[in-house]
Design a protein around this ligand. Structure first.
Ligand code: IMP
Ligand code: ZN
Length: 336
């Protein structure tokens, strides 16, 4: 039996959440109603199609459904509000959102980013949550887009450096080559942006080596890291962001029992964090992911608290904010 209450009540930290993938089915219906009026039949059908993921390719075929809903400023603003509200409802008190700046008929990439950033600022006034943003570089898109995104972020930093704290490298891991994106990521790093890199989501040892050599601040998924690669990350205290249900549903692991989280957590070979990835597409919440981990890997409540602290320790945050959150998150017996 999944033991939700303890973890549901704990204040939590979410470090790996893609904005468009984090729209829950309930929020999609609400969004549809607000955007298109009372007729939600189309939304019901989207929601049914959304959550039946059974492979990595299948997962990537879902995102255009949400991208359609967030292709206008109003849609994007509402979606950002709803995603933040859903995390806050789950008692997430610190959220690092990621999203790929997009241009379309209604918005430039700059419009897209400003809309998300301003909505984050507004949402923080009404929800009890601190939110930071990692603009994403999509490895499946053109390389020039990546440099464009980094330049855009640098343009936005003077005004939003309290919200933008890093860059995410993501997208379909079967498409594009990491090396092509190194110049853009290098430029971001030169400007003191932290790097969260999706690394080892599929079995590609040479690319994983390249990524480790290039360096990163956090490793997304790390499913196919060899023991040597894990040790290398561990020796540099680079944490692995583990997303249990995401990997199980995309079938990059054989099942929860076989998930690499178990080995990393038990061996302490590297720091590890529990995250959701795309809680809408994978029909989960951060509380559910913690509860699943507790049930499947026999974790104690203290283990869950330790994992929450790992999240906080590895958040891309100013120390001043970390100290504030430490007080908010610490369990009563933590001695703070
Ligand atoms: P968005 O950037 O807000 O549009 O969020 C959806 C996007 O995040 C997708 O189109 C992918 O580029 C990226 N993404 C979401 N989940 C994953 C994942 O598991 N691996 C790699 N990229 C992902
Ligand atoms: Zn991801």
């Amino acid at each position: 039996m999944v033991n939700l209450p303890y973890i549901k009540l704990r204040r939590k930290v979410e470090l790996h959440a893609h904005l468009n993938g984090s729209l829950s089915t309930e929020s999609i219906k609400e969004l549809g109603k607000k955007l298109y009026g009372a007729n939600t039949t189309a939304m019901e059908s989207i929601c049914k199609r959304l959550v039946d993921v059974d492979s990595l390719d299948h997962c990537f075929s879902k995102f255009p459904l949400m991208h359609e809903l967030t292709s206008t400023k109003r849609g994007l603003q509402l979606a950002t509000e709803l995603v933040i509200r859903d995390f806050a409802k789950d008692n997430v008190i610190y959220l690092e959102l990621r999203t790929t700046p997009k241009r379309n008929a209604a918005m430039s990439k700059m419009d897209y980013m400003v809309c998300v950033l301003e909505t984050i600022i507004e949402s923080m006034k009404t929800e009890k949550i601190l939110v930071r943003l990692l603009p994403s570089i999509d490895r499946a898109a053109d390389v020039a887009e990546a440099m464009d995104t980094v330049n855009l972020v640098l343009e936005l930093l003077p005004k939003y450096d309290n919200i933008i704290t890093g860059i995410d490298f993501s997208g379909n891991p079967k498409v594009g080559k990491f090396e092509y994106f190194m110049p853009a990521l290098t430029k971001a790093r030169q400007h003191h942006l932290k790097l969260a890199i999706h690394c080892g989501e599929i079995d590609n040892p040479s690319e994983i080596d390249q990524m480790i050599q290039f360096g990163m601040d956090r490793c997304g998924h790390g499913t196919f890291l060899s023991e040597t690669q894990l040790q290398e990350l561990g020796s540099k205290k680079i944490p692995i962001e583990c997303c249990l249900t995401s990997n199980v549903k995309c079938r990059t692991v054989n099942g929860y029992e076989d998930h690499h989280f178990k080995h990393i957590f038990n061996s302490k070979v590297a720091p590890v964090i529990l995250c959701t990835d795309d809680c809408g597409v994978f029909d989960t919440t951060l509380s559910k992911e913690f509860a699943l981990a507790q049930q499947i890997y026999n974790l104690t409540n203290d283990d869950l608290d330790y994992l929450l602290m790992m999240g906080l320790e590895n958040a891309f945050l100013e120390n001043r904010d970390r100290i504030y959150l430490l007080k908010e998150i610490s369990p009563p017996n933590y001695g703070i």
